[in-house]
Design a protein around this ligand. Structure first.
Ligand code: ATP
Ligand code: MG
Length: 385
């Protein structure tokens, strides 16, 4: 029996209306679908692109019923939407990825334990049920280490670097300031990586996986700064990363688009940092440099259509525009200079308010040679500081 395909004209629902939701909505609309976006923030960028907008808290039952009555299938733009909501919606519609996956990935402790159980390599870690367990965790894991909140962290938020014992005394009050019952933390060994890389995996409902080429990532202050595609690491390393990524996604056993982030150490080891069950910032280059973008794949997987054949058409280097940086690139001389660069593609997210650390847009530089794309990206990064 052929599985049912949701055809163009159907309404696709997305939970979360940030830039990832907006890029999903653009891909879906280009393919003839209508889009329903649900985000608690009425200013969320994707709401501007939606055929049906729902701006209400995720726990609002009336909105849930209306949303469910509107859509034919549901996806998410980030992993922190309530898993209960996804599971309720899954009684009525295909929901991809599954709520079970969100439950695992929403909590760093569950995620790390899941990876460990499946024999996947992660940095040594300890679990803190309360702040006063920090000294013991430090003696187990050693220093330097990163203490991270188990839930709701993103872009490096909710993380504390502990380099020496005295730092722990300063971190302690921040942990104790959390009054939420059941708040937990994870203490991770600080990995002295020489490179970060990531692999996008697209998994069909039938279990078949396809991967995008591994890409190199550079983060500054916990926020992605630069992605270069393809990775410049040796083929043996990137192939190994792709295998590990497929293994991790297969263990999660859900259809969807996933990004697996890695650390590559100087002694040649690969460790999984984390998995996102959705398109990822490090995959934005696929919009301009690939036959099929990560967002189109999200549409295809959601609708049960065959996933697209993946080809990198040229090299690419993507620079995020964070906070005020967006002004440099969108006004005056900066705008002219960026637009004059061959292969520069500007993406702005339409966020009304600029805030420190907020991702406002990105520029992807396309070139035949990776070195040239990267050189142009580095020029922009220098121009931004
Ligand atoms: P996002 O969801 O935006 O990717 P996040 O808040 O979930 O970010 P992580 O991916 O855990 O955060 O960490 C952000 C960055 O901080 C990593 O990409 C890496 O550069 C650095 N980092 C995180 N954990 C470690 C570690 N154990 N050792 C060394 N560096 C780390
Ligand atoms: Mg990350």
């Amino acid at each position: 029996m052929t599985a049912q395909i949701l055809e163009p004209g159907s309404v696709l629902g997305v939970l979360g209306g940030g830039q990832l939701g907006a890029m999903f909505a653009s891909a879906a609309r280009r393919m003839g679908y209508r889009v329903a976006v649900w985000d608690p923030d009425p200013d969320a960028p994707a709401l501007q692109l939606a055929d049906y907008s729902f701006a209400a808290p995720f726990l609002d039952v009336e909105t849930r019923d209306q949303f469910s009555g509107t859509v034919g299938a549901v996806t998410v733009e980030w992993e922190n939407v309530p898993a209960d909501l996804c599971e309720w919606l899954a009684r009525h519609h295909p929901v991809r990825p599954f709520g079970t996956v969100l439950r695992i990935l929403q909590d760093r402790i569950h995620q790390k334990q899941f990876l460990q159980i499946h024999g996947l390599p992660v940095a040594p870690f300890a679990i803190l049920e309360s702040p006063d367990q920090l000294p013991n965790a430090i003696s187990d894991i050693g220093l330097p280490a990163l203490c991270k909140t188990a839930r709701s962290g993103y872009d490096g938020k909710g993380q504390w670097l502990i380099q020496k014992p005295a730092d722990a005394e300063q971190v302690f009050p921040s942990l104790s300031a959390s009054t939420r019952a059941g708040h937990r933390w994870i203490l991770e060994q600080f990995v002295p990586f020489e490179r970060e890389l990531s692999v996008l995996v697209v998994r069909e409902p039938g279990g078949q996986c396809r991967t995008y080429p591994a890409v190199d990532n550079r983060h500054v202050h916990g926020i992605l700064r630069l992605t270069v595609a393809p990775s410049s690491l040796p083929a043996g390393t990137t192939t190994h990363a792709s295998h590990l990524a497929v293994q991790a996604v297969s263990a999660l056993n859900s259809p969807g688009v996933f990004c697996v982030e890695f650390f590559h150490t100087s002694d040649g080891n690969l460790l999984i940092n984390e998995i996102a069950p959705r398109p990822h910032n490090s995959g934005h280059y696929t919009l301009d440099a690939c036959t099929v973008s990560q967002f189109e794949q999200q549409v295809r997987v959601l609708c049960g259509a065959p996933i697209g054949d993946i080809k990198l058409l040229c090299s690419a280097a993507m620079v995020n525009l964070i906070g005020d940086e967006v002004r440099t690139v969108t006004s005056g001389q900066g705008y002219r200079e960026v637009m004059a660069i061959a292969g520069a593609v500007l993406h702005l997210y339409g966020k009304r308010t600029i805030r420190t650390g907020r991702k406002m847009g990105h520029v992807t530089f396309l070139a035949e040679e990776r070195e040239i794309a990267e050189e142009r990206a580095r020029w922009l990064m220098n121009r931004l500081v």
